[in-house]
Every structure is written in structure tokens, then in C-alpha cells.
Ligand binder design. Structure first.
Ligand code: ZN
Length: 486
């Protein structure tokens, strides 16, 4: 019976013809196509345990599974499809694991503890960065005694080039977890630190980026947050010194850029060190197009970073963060969160295109979930950022996308807003529980991987697993990194 079924299906569809038949002229879906193609892949699957020379770790901040689903529909609808059947680029990555994200002290993790888990292999307390769970928030002395080695420090010491790319401030929690150690993630510049912590010898996160002295230092750092590096008299926050000038003194051959044109003009072949700050704080949302004119896309930053880093014959490790998915969610701005996810997806595709995937491990994950839900029984193809075609029990309209927590509580939809207003990029989706800022949520997130050693990613794992998998993929000796290094 099984054989007959398979034989008859294969007679109907040769694999080459399947792609062409996926949708028919009347835009209906041929339901055999996707599963049969994936079945073929699974049948011919061979594990990939090749040693990796390079690692690209891409983190969609707050990119919950619900965010991936909604963004897939959003991207499909932008292409004129119904949307649900669309596939994001990241869905092509063949290896998938599920990541458990709780922190050492909370059910729901923040980005600092989450990124620390990924970068150091140890769960820690919410709010602290690159230090162990012995450290209470704001305890500078304890933080100085309990620093954890990050995979970036380890890789740099092993001779790899290291790079950090983000759409947030470079000093924000996720990128900072690659290079910094702090009793408080908010100590981004000296102006954000209490005097007592400065007196005890704790150093602000921006300075830690400039003074990162493992291996050859950080070769590529691209993102926002210029104000954390510059002096008050030039529009920044600092009263000690201009850290861009300090960086230029430290690395006289380095290239500093602050707009899209300058970044695109960087000759990667002759540039060994690249520092880019494209906005005072976080980089703009991609849907705020007027603000995006002089700002590079995440894909452009990613490709330039890979071009500069990949010249090192020993290899490189690069972290790329789609950081503003999370910020949009915090403000209940679902459309912006979906657009940021598509931007992140474009960067994954760009990385996969330019990296040498024979010896590169590409990992895509998220640091934590977000309280976005996709609810109700809207018909196929209903605009994902608009109203559901269903009504609630009082006959009122509602949106398919909503939040459990956040500032959108006050929104009513019953005839007060036009569909254009509800579909606007700055429309705040309705939330259940009032909070000035929406919260993360504690569900698991996806890790997907492709390339060298990608087979290491399977099953349900803790977020800390990624650290050990990267060490394994790069051929580093695990035991040396299991205890606190500093
Ligand atoms: Zn967040």
C-alpha cells in the first residue's frame, strides 16, 4: 500500500516538475509539493559534522515562533500571495533545535541574561551581562570577580577574527554580551553608571568594546549608539573622552564610517578593521523609510562584515543581531516587528550567499519569545496586519495579531478606526494587560543551522547549548572553557 502510494505520487510528480507545480494558475496550492520535496531531502540526508572554520551567529531579538509565523504571512502577502504558504529564507536551514530560554533567576529571560547564556554557556540573572549567576544586579565588585569567558574572547585568543553587527546600539545587551562584562546591562556609557561602581573599578560597556584586547581585538563593529562613544559637547553622553578618537589612535589603520555610502565604499580587500556607528541611538525601523536614507541595511552590514573578516586564514566568528524586532514588540507595533523580521531574514540570505558554506557554520536563533499572539479564525489570505474577518461575541472587529502585555491596552477597534489606521506601521496592537512596555514571554524559541557541523543542532536544548556547539564546531577544547577564565 505504502509503495503503491509513493509510486503513484512519484509518477505524477518528478522532483524537477514539483517546483513549477507548487501553485496553479488559479493560485491554489498543490499540497503534495512542499512535503514531497522535504521528504526527498530527508531521505538523502547525511549528517554534517565537518569542522567549521567560521561561525556566523544570527540572533533575531524577540523573534518568537509566533513572530516567524506572522512574518512569513506578511512577506508572502507583500508578494501578492495569500501568505500562509510562503516560506521565509530561514525556513530553508536544514537543522532545527528548540531552545529553552529561562534565566538563572526568572521564568522569562531578558536579552542580557539570554545573550550571556548563548555566548558563555552559563545561565545567569536577568539584567547582568557576561558574569555568572553569583552576581546580583548592580553589584560591581561581585561582577569583577565573576566574569565568564565569551565565545568571542575564546575565538579571538585562538586567532580568529571577530565581528559584531546589530541594528541596535552596539552597547545594547545582545551585542554587548559578545565582548563585555557588567553588573548592569544599562551601564552602556560612563554617564549611565553610578559613581560607586566607577570608584570600584567597573568600566562602561562602550569602553569595553574599544578596549577588547583578546587576540587582535574586535575587527568589525557595525551598528548604532554613537552617543555612547562621544562627548557631551558633540551631542554624545560622555564627559571623559571621545571613544571614536581613542579607537582611531589605537588602530591607526582602521576605517571608521557613519553612513551607508561610506560603508558601501569600504574596500574590504584592503580593510582589516572596520567600525561603523550609523545613528546616535538604535538604528531606525526599516518602515520609517525617511530615516533610513543614509543608513545601511542589516544585509549590507552583514555582507561587508563577512568580506572584511573572511580574509583571516584562521577563520572568523561574527554575531549579527536583528535587534529591533524586540523593540517593536515592546511597543506592540506588530507591523514594524514583522518588517524587522523580514529585514533579518534578508540578512540571513545575504550571509549565506557570501560566506563559504563548506567551512562555515551559520546559526539562526532568537534570545527569547515575545507576547505576540496570532488568534482567531480569519480566512486564508486575510491581511495579517489588518482586521480579522471574524467578529468577537459582541459583534466587534478585532485584529488577528494581539499582545498579552503592553501599551496597546487602551485601543478599541469597534468602528473607531479605519482599516488604513489599523494597518499603519505605527498602529499599536491591542494588549490584554496594561504595561508601559510589553514584556518578553517565556516560551521556547527556534535554533536553526546550516553548513559545517550544523548537525549538532537537534532536539530540545538549553540556550546555553549553542556555546558548547560552537566550541565543538570550531574544534576548540571544551574543558578549558568550562570554568570561569578571568
Ligand atoms: Zn526586549
Amino acid at each position: 500500500m505504502r509503495k503503491q502510494l509513493s509510486a503513484s505520487l512519484m509518477a505524477l510528480f518528478s522532483m524537477e516538475a514539483l517546483f513549477a507545480q507548487e501553485t496553479t494558475a488559479d493560485n491554489s496550492v498543490n499540497w503534495h509539493v512542499q512535503p514531497l520535496m522535504q521528504l526527498e531531502k530527508a531521505k538523502h540526508y547525511t549528517p554534517n559534522h565537518a569542522e567549521a572554520k567560521n561561525v556566523i551567529l544570527m540572533i533575531g531579538d524577540g523573534m518568537s515562533i509566533g513572530t516567524i509565523t506572522a512574518s512569513r504571512i506578511y512577506a508572502g502577502q507583500l508578494e501578492g500571495k495569500k501568505g500562509e504558504e510562503h516560506r521565509l529564507y530561514m525556513e530553508n536551514l536544514p537543522h532545527v533545535a528548540i531552545s529553552k530560554t529561562y534565566s538563572a533567576d526568572m521564568q522569562t529571560v531578558d536579552s542580557a541574561a539570554a545573550a550571556t547564556a548563548i555566548m558563555t554557556g552559563q545561565k545567569t540573572n536577568n539584567g547582568v551581562l557576561g558574569v555568572s549567576d553569583k552576581v546580583a544586579l548592580n553589584n560591581c565588585q561581585s561582577a569583577l570577580r565573576n566574569e565568564l569567558s565569551t565565545i568571542f574572547e575564546i575565538a579571538a585568543e585562538e586567532g580568529l577574527s571577530v565581528g559584531v553587527v546589530t541594528t541596535t546600539r552596539l552597547t545594547h545587551a545582545t551585542p554587548a554580551a559578545t565582548y563585555a562584562h557588567s553588573a548592569n546591562r544599562n551601564w552602556e556609557s560612563i554617564a549611565n553608571m553610578p559613581k560607586s561602581a566607577l570608584n570600584k573599578g567597573c568600566i562602561d560597556i562602550a569602553r569595553q568594546l574599544i578596549e577588547f584586547d583578546y587576540g587582535s581585538g574586535i575587527q568589525v563593529a557595525l551598528g548604532g549608539g554613537k552617543s555612547k562613544f562621544t562627548l557631551k559637547q558633540s551631542g554624545g553622553e560622555r564627559d571623559d573622552e571621545d571613544l571614536i578618537l581613542s579607537w582611531q589612535k589605537r588602530y591607526p589603520n582602521g576605517t571608521f564610517v557613519e553612513n551607508k555610502k561610506a560603508l558601501l565604499e569600504v574596500d574590504a580587500a584592503s580593510t582589516d578593521r572596520l567600525f561603523g556607528l550609523f545613528s546616535d541611538s538604535h538604528m531606525p525601523y526599516v518602515l520609517d523609510k525617511s530615516e533610513m536614507q543614509n543608513v545601511p541595511s542589516l544585509a549590507e552590514m552583514t555582507q561587508k562584515a563577512i568580506a572584511v573578516l573572511s580574509k583571516n586564514p584562521r577563520g572568523y566568528i561574527l554575531m549579527v543581531e536583528g535587534g529591533r524586532i524586540d523593540h517593536a514588540h515592546h511597543a506592540n507595533l506588530a507591523k514594524k516587528a514583522l518588517a524587522e523580521t523580514v529585514e533579518f531574514d534578508n540578512a540571513i540570505q545575504a550571509a549565506n550567499k557570501v560566506a563559504d558554506m563548506d567551512n562555515t557554520l551559520l546559526i539562526v536563533t532568537s534570545d527569547h519569545s515575545q507576547a505576540l499572539t496570532l488568534s482567531g479564525y480569519a480566512k486564508r489570505g486575510t491581511p495579517i496586519v489588518g482586521l480579522s474577518d471574524e467578529k468577537d461575541q459582541n459583534g466587534n472587529s478585532y485584529t488577528t495579531l494581539a499582545y498579552t502585555t503592553g501599551p496597546g491596552t487602551g485601543n478599541t477597534l469597534s468602528g473607531e478606526l479605519t482599516i488604513d489606521e489599523i494597518s499603519d506601521k505605527d498602529y499599536s496592537q491591542k494588549a490584554n494587560i496594561p504595561r508601559a512596555s510589553g514584556t518578553h514571554s517565556g516560551e521556547d524559541v527556534v535554533i536553526s543551522a546550516t553548513g559545517a557541523s550544523a548537525s549538532l543542532f537537534q532536539g530540545f536544548v538549553d540556550d546555553t547549548y549553542t556555546f558548547y556547539a560552537i566550541n565543538e564546531a570550531l574544534g576548540f577544547r571544551q574543558q578549558e572553557h568550562i570554568t570561569t577564565m578571568h
